[in-house]
Design a protein around this ligand. Structure first.
Ligand code: AMP
Ligand code: ZN
Length: 485
C-alpha cells in the first residue's frame, strides 16, 4: 500500500510537520508519565491513550518504535513555583506510610489502567529514583554555566539559554502564571534542579549531591531519563497540554544547556524534533480534581458497569488536540457505538464465502488508504473511525476481507474488536448482586411462559427481574436482551 507521509502538529513551531525520523526507519518517543502519589484520573489516562495511538500509528506506518514512559516517584511538587511540598512526601505523611509503598501501590494501579485501556507496553518504563546518579551527573555538567546555588537548592538560570519559553509562547520575565516563590532567584522563571533538604529536616527520599543532601527537581528527571534511554535528539516528546507551559519549557532549557545552548529555531536543540500535547478531558462538576474526594478514576467507570474500552473509544472520538468533555451520557454513547462495532464484526464472521476478486481487493486498498490518510493527518482518529465503520458495515465484500480490514485498523485503534464479545460489553455494575446465570435462567422461564401464552407469568417474571435491577429489553435493536441498571 502506498503510504501517506505522517504529519504531526509540533507545539514548538505551532505547525503541522512531516515526520522525518532522526534514525532511518525508527521512531523514538518519550512520554511524561504519572506522578504516583495517587490514582490517575481518567483525564491523565487520556494522555496515555493519545501517546499509545501515536505509537501504534508509527508502528502501523512501519517505523521501529522505541517508546519510553517514566514513573515519577520523587520531585514533583504540589506547586509549580518550587515552593510547594513533594507530592509523594505529602501523601506518605498523610497516610503514615513509606513513600516506597505509596509509589508501588499507585504505580501498580496506573499499570492496571494502562492494561484495561489496551495501551501497549512501552519499550521501557523509567522509574525516576533509578536514575538519581545520572541526574546528579547531568546537573553537575551544566551547573557551572547555567546554575546558581541558593540555600534551598541549585537553580537553573533561564537567561543562559536562547529562546527560553518559546514552547509556551511566554515571556521570560513575565512567564505565564509564574510566581517568584523562592527568594533570591535571578529570574522569575528560574527553577530548582536540586532541592536541598532544609537543615534539621530529613526526607524519606534524599540523596547526597555536590549541593548537599536533597532530591532532584521534577524537570531534571525527564531530561535525564529521555536523554539516557533515547539519546538526544530523539523524535517525539509527548505530554498533556499543561506541560507546554512550564514543565516542558524547563526540560528544553536543560536539554539546551546539556547539548548546545543554541536557539530553538532548530527544533533538535530542544532535545526532541517534535513536541506533542494532548488537550484536556474536562468535567464540569469538578470530579476530575484529585483533591475533591471521590474523583473520576477508570475503576469508577468499571464499577458502574462500563467496559474500559468504551472510555478508550470516547477518547478516540475526539481529536487529541481538542478539549473533550466527559459525561456519563457521552460514555454511554461510546459504549453503544462499540457494541455496534462488535456486533458488526460478529456479522462479518458469520458472512463466510464470497469471492475476493480484483475489484474487491481494490476497494479494500481504497478503504485502508483513506484510513492511512486520516491517521496521517495529525492522528485524525474521529475521521479514521469512519473508515473502520465502513469496513465493518460494507455488505459487498466477503466477511474475511472485512475482518482483515478491521484487524489492520484495530492495530491503531486498539479497541480489541476481534476479541470483544457482546457479553463483555454488557453494563454490569459492581454493586449488582444477581448473577448472569440467574438472569438467564429467569429469562429462559419467561421465554417458555410466552411460548405457552402465559403472559401474566411472563410479566411477573419481568417484574421480578426489575426488582433486582435488571431491565428486560424486549425488541432492543442491538439484540441486547437485558441490562443491569
Ligand atoms: P501527572 O501525573 O499530574 O504528571 O499527569 C500525568 C499526565 O496527565 C500528564 O501528561 C498531564 O499533562 C496529563 N493530564 C493531567 N490532567 C489531564 C486532563 N484533565 N486531561 C488530559 N490530560 C491530563
Ligand atoms: Zn516530564
Amino acid at each position: 500500500m502506498s503510504q501517506t507521509p505522517l504529519k504531526l502538529f509540533n507545539s514548538l513551531t505551532r505547525q503541522l510537520e512531516e515526520f522525518q525520523p532522526i534514525h532511518p526507519g525508527e521512531a523514538r518517543v518519550y512520554s511524561c508519565g504519572p506522578t504516583v502519589y495517587n490514582y490517575p484520573h481518567i483525564g491523565n489516562m487520556r494522555a496515555y491513550v493519545f501517546a499509545d495511538v501515536l505509537g501504534r500509528t508509527l508502528s502501523f506506518k512501519g517505523y521501529k518504535l522505541t517508546h519510553v514512559i517514566n514513573i515519577t516517584d520523587v520531585g514533583h511538587l504540589t506547586d509549580d513555583a518550587d515552593a510547594g511540598e513533594d507530592k509523594m512526601e505529602k501523601m506518605a505523611a498523610a497516610r503514615a506510610q513509606s513513600i516506597w509503598d505509596i509509589a508501588r501501590h499507585y504505580t501498580e494501579a496506573y499499570w492496571a489502567d494502562v492494561k484495561a485501556l489496551n495501551i501497549r507496553q512501552p519499550a521501557k518504563w523509567t522509574i525516576a529514583t533509578d536514575y538519581i546518579d545520572e541526574m546528579i551527573r547531568f546537573a553537575a555538567d551544566i551547573a557551572d554555566k547555567h546554575c546558581y546555588e541558593l540555600d534551598s537548592g541549585l537553580y537553573f538560570d533561564v537567561s543562559t539559554v536562547a529562546d527560553y519559553g518559546r514552547l509556551a509562547r511566554a515571556q521570560t520575565e513575565e512567564g505565564e502564571g509564574r510566581i517568584e516563590a523562592v527568594e533570591g532567584k535571578r529570574n522569575a522563571a528560574d527553577f530548582a534542579i536540586w532541592r536541598k533538604t532544609p537543615p534539621g529536616e530529613t526526607r524519606q527520599m534524599e540523596w547526597d549531591s555536590p549541593w548537599g543532601r536533597g532530591a532532584p527537581g521534577w524537570h531534571l528527571e525527564c531530561s535525564v531519563m529521555s536523554g539516557a534511554v533515547l539519546g538526544f535528539p530523539f523524535d517525539i516528546h509527548t505530554g498533556g497540554i499543561d506541560h507546554r507551559e512550564i514543565h516542558h519549557p524547563n526540560e528544553i532549557a536543560q536539554n539546551q544547556a546539556h547539548c548546545c545552548t543554541n536557539g530553538l529555531d532548530v527544533a533538535a536543540n530542544s532535545g526532541a524534533n517534535i513536541w506533542m500535547h494532548n488537550n484536556f478531558l474536562v468535567e464540569r462538576s469538578g470530579k476530575m480534581s484529585k483533591s475533591a474526594g471521590e474523583f473520576l478514576r477508570l475503576q469508577l467507570l468499571i464499577d458502574k458497569g462500563y467496559h474500559p474500552l468504551a472510555y478508550r473509544l470516547m477518547c478516540l472520538q475526539a481529536h487529541y488536540r481538542s478539549e473533550l468533555e466527559f459525561s456519563w451520557e457521552g460514555l454511554g454513547a461510546a459504549l453503544v457505538r462499540l457494541k455496534r462495532m462488535v456486533i458488526g464484526v460478529q456479522q462479518l464472521r458469520n458472512r463466510t464465502g464470497g469471492e475476493v476478486d480484483a475489484r474487491i481487493l481494490m476497494q479494500a486498498q481504497f478503504v485502508l488508504a483513506a484510513f492511512d490518510e486520516r491517521m496521517s493527518d495529525d492522528l485524525n482518529t474521529p475521521d479514521a473511525l469512519i473508515s473502520l465503520e465502513q469496513a465493518i458495515t460494507s455488505k459487498k465484500a466477503p466477511g474475511s476481507l472485512g475482518l482483515y480490514l478491521v484487524e489492520e485498523m484495530d492495530k491503531v485503534f486498539g479497541l480489541n474488536l476481534l476479541e470483544l464479545t457482546r457479553a463483555d460489553l454488557r453494563i454490569r455494575p459492581k454493586a449488582a448482586t444477581i448473577t448472569e446465570a440467574e438472569i438467564e435462567a429467569v429469562l429462559a422461564q419467561r421465554k417458555q411462559a410466552r411460548a405457552d401464552k402465559d403472559f401474566a407469568r411472563s410479566d411477573r417474571l419481568r417484574d421480578e427481574l426489575a426488582a433486582q435491577g435488571v431491565e428486560v429489553m424486549d425488541g432492543d435493536p442491538l439484540g441486547w436482551d437485558w441490562k443491569l441498571g
